[in-house]
Every structure is written in structure tokens, then in C-alpha cells.
Design a binder for this molecule. Sequence first.
Ligand SMILES: Cc1cc2nc3c(=O)[nH]c(=O)nc-3n(C[C@H](O)[C@H](O)[C@H](O)COP(=O)(O)OP(=O)(O)OC[C@H]3O[C@@H](n4cnc5c(N)ncnc54)[C@H](O)[C@@H]3O)c2cc1C
Length: 533
Amino acid sequence: MQVGIILAQFDYILVGAGSAGCVLANRLSANPEKTVCLLEAGGNHLSPMLHIPAGWATNFNNPRVDWGYSTQPEPELNDREVYWPRGKVLGGSSAINGMIYIRGVPRDFEDWSQAGAVGWGWEDVLPYFVQAERQQTHRDDLHGNDGPLHVEDVRDKRPIHEVFLDAMQSSGIPANPDFNGQDQAGCGYYQFTQHNGRRWSTASAYLDPIRARKNLTVITGATASQIQFEGKKATGVTYDRKGKSSSVTGGQVVLCGGSINTPQLLELSGVGDGERLHTLGIPVIHNSPEVGENLQDHVLTKVVYKTHPDQSINREVQGWRLLPTAMKWFFTRRGPLTTGSAPVGGFWYTQEGLDVPDVQIHYASGATLYNNQGRIRAMNVPAMTAVVNQNRPESRGSLHITNTDAKVAPEIRANYLSTDNDRQCLIRGIRMLLNIFDQTPLQGYLEGRLSPGPEIDPSNDDEILEYIRNDASTTYHPTSTCAIGKVVDPNLKVMGVEGLSIADASVMPFVVSGNTNAAAIMIAEKAADLLQK
Ligand SMILES: Cc1cc2nc3c(=O)[nH]c(=O)nc-3n(C[C@H](O)[C@H](O)[C@H](O)COP(=O)(O)OP(=O)(O)OC[C@H]3O[C@@H](n4cnc5c(N)ncnc54)[C@H](O)[C@@H]3O)c2cc1C
């Protein structure tokens, strides 16, 4: 490989322009006295599929925008490998995600605080959620209405959504107009990180408006391969671009590569478990055995029913009908292409005595958006899908490098369903979904259960668990691989070295109750303040 030039000295080098990295690039470069370099392995967010909300799943396994990871065979999922998409483009995973805007519950952040993340309790983090948000509908102290991140209502509301919500209510789950309000529990419409029917990634929200700042240098197509150290002080980053190796130097290096790539880069650079690094021949800068450990994700499983053709969006997004559907989006920013992963759903308890909901439900009047190999396509039969995922899983996995080449993906072990509580929770979750589908409002809309197949007896725990083992997949929410208290201190500084911080989903001590994009953005908003102290 050719060696490139050493570029100028920056005050801050940010590695990764994802949900968190774009926020930091904006906030740190707001000070014209400071220079900021943002390195991103992917390219610009030009493809229309990164802006049409329903385009999200078409990006899967496209190496131009998706890292396309897979787990190792998962022991509790009958040794299946689970495909893990991750955004590789300006905006990162916020450019390819399902767009659902959920923050988690106050209890999550109190738990973070109890686990050693001092300064990350609910009252501490709420101002940063509010600061980020430009909320369309809710106007109260819990929401922000003038931040960069548009959070807007579902634009493609359909009668079948109301029918499903009626069925949820008949099953005992009350209506909730705002999952990010006083109480998360209940059912209703989600809100999306969207603006006028267009995806609103953090590249759209935070980066596009400030790309012209003279003190901000954005380098796309630049894959960081190593953090440079002098002794224990991080002094710069080496990256590969177009077959050439180059370096940037800086006062502060901030890793924003996400829950998979941030621990990978740390290990490649000599910060990780000393023995593991030694075996790979990597000189140890700092022995930090928790790097890559404590991995969490939300595991999901689903129920799919066949329905009438006019109740499912499957027909509208396939064949010749896709053309008018696309025209509708193009000219009016309306119709099914304005929808991310699921327009309705909710949060509820699968057993009594819980303080906070232990499952989340996503419903879409189509099938199937979820699979294991990254092949996403609408089913040929008209169908509707409800998904249940655990909100507060116990299972923890890990990911580690097995090779000194930055281009080789780390080995990911999610360890889904490795505790009995987690398995029982999803069994109860499936029963909760089946109970919703049994409610009166939905009768007349259902034409047979497709998944779990009709041969599976819902009253039999073993049969349900076996179905889950064969069906379960990721909700795309990996976190906690460089957790506060384990790898970074509460100020997000990597413990044991200097000049190196982390701001992305990897620092969450536990995965939050719900989708993780809003919390990743909040972390970066707070990190900007911490870095400038
Ligand atoms: C398919 C999918 C659906 C999802 N749906 C939702 C949803 O509906 N709602 C929700 O709240 N959350 C959702 N999520 C999760 C959410 O998007 C993530 O939790 C969040 O984006 C994580 O932010 P991050 O900043 O930690 O990492 P990312 O946003 O993944 O950003 C990391 C960035 O760093 C870059 N990078 C990595 N390594 C390097 C390197 N070595 N050199 C240079 N650059 C590098 C990457 O290319 C990427 O741009 C979804 C995620 C996916 C993948």
C-alpha cells in the first residue's frame, strides 16, 4: 500500500460520520477557533434509497452503504448466523435505519447512573434529547421544537392500523399518544426521524447545513485502520483511502464508529485484552479487557397473518403498482414509501409486577421486512406482520478481532436468549401477539396464520420456543461494547490512555428500552459539551 501525506493538525479528529459523529462534527465546529476532521469509511448520502423512507431495506447487503455484518452461529438460535446491517455512509446507521424515534425510559438512565455512569441519569440526559429534537406534534417540557432533528408523525395512516390498535386495546393495552412522554407503556403510532416524507438522518440534520464551514474537513471513503499513540497519548489516526494509507494528527481523537467498529479499531490499535492482542502480534498500548465485551441487542420474533389484498401494502410496493406508488412519493411525499420500519406498535408488560415494559411491538400491514440473510423483499401473498422484541434483555455477547487487517470483520457473538428469563420473555411476547390477533376487531381481516405455522400449538412452551429459535433475529440495536464504567469513564474518555474518547452507541452501559438512534444522538450532544469543558 502507498503511504500518503500527513495532513494538518486538527483540534478534533472524529472517526465515523454516523448518528453520533455527524452531531459532534456540527457541535464542535460551531466554535470557529477549533478545527475538526471527520473521517467516514462510506461515501456521500446521495442515493435516493437513502432518502426515501421505505428504501431502508433495499440498502441491505449493498456494500456501498452497508457493512453487512453477520454474527457467528448463535447457540440458542439453532446455530443460525444473524445478518447485521450497519450504515457505511454519511449518516451511518441513521441513513439506513427504520426511522422510529424512541428515547427509552427514565429508568434506563437511572440504571446507567447506578452502574457507574455518573452524570447520565434521566435529569442529566433529558436536556440533550430536547436540544436535538424538532418535534412536530408534542409541545411540552419533555420535547424540543427547534433542534436539528426532525421528528414527525406517520404520513401513511391506514384504516388497518386503527384496526390493529383497536385489537391491541381490546387485549388490554391502553392507547398512548406519545411513547416519549410521561409513560412509555401503551399502544399507538410511532414517530419517525423524517421531514415532509423524507428520511432525516443525522447527515441531513447536522452535517448538510454546515458542510461549508471552513474549520470542518470531511473525508469520505476513509477507513480508519489505526489510532496513533505516543506512549499512552493518542496523537492521530491512520486511514486507508483509495488504496493509499494517510494520517491525520490531532489534539483529541473521538471514536464514533458504532458498537462494532469502535471496539474493532481500539483492538487494532492496541487497546483491548492484552492476551488477545498479544496472540495477534499487536503491541499492547493499554490492557483493557472489557473492550468488545458486554454486547447487547434486542432480539425479536414475529407473527405473520395472511390478509385481503387491499389491506396489505405488499401489493402497492411490487410489480407495476410500484410505479404509481413511487410517483406518489416523488410528487406528494405521501403513500407507503413514507414509512420506515413500522408505523404502529407499543410497549407493554408480559407479566405482572414490572416497573417498566419488558417488550416492544412493531406492526406493519405488510410482510416480511425481517429475515436473516439480508434479503429483503415483500412476500407474494398479501400479509401483515407484528413483531415483538425484548426491551430489557439480560443476555450479553461480545465481539473481537481475529485478524490485524482492518478490512476483516470482527467475530460477533450476540448470545441471544442465553438466559432463561430472556427465553421466557419472548415466549410470553409471542403469546401476547397471538392474543392481539385473536381479538374481535381483527377478525374479518385475517385469512390464516402464516408464521408461526398453524401446526404450532401456542399453548405449548416447547413448540413456541423452537419456533423462536428458528425465527428470531436482530432489531438492529447493538450497544455497550465500550461501556461507560468498563472502557470509558463518565466523561467518555478511554480509561488508561490520554487524548482518546468515544461517543456512539457502544458506550451505553445497557441497551435502552426501545430503538437506539435517539440515545446515540443524545450521547453525542452530551459528548460535545464534555469535550469542550
Ligand atoms: C437496519 C437498521 C434499522 C434500525 N432501525 C432503527 C429505528 O427504527 N430507530 C432507531 O432508533 N434505531 C434504529 N436502528 C439503530 C440505530 O440506527 C443505531 O443505534 C444508531 O444509528 C447507532 O449510531 P452510532 O453513531 O453508534 O453508529 P452508526 O450510526 O452506525 O455510525 C458509525 C459510522 O462510523 C463509520 N465507521 C465505522 N468504522 C469506521 C472506520 N474504521 N473509519 C471510518 N469510518 C468508520 C460507519 O461507516 C458509520 O457511518 C437501526 C439500525 C439499523 C442498522
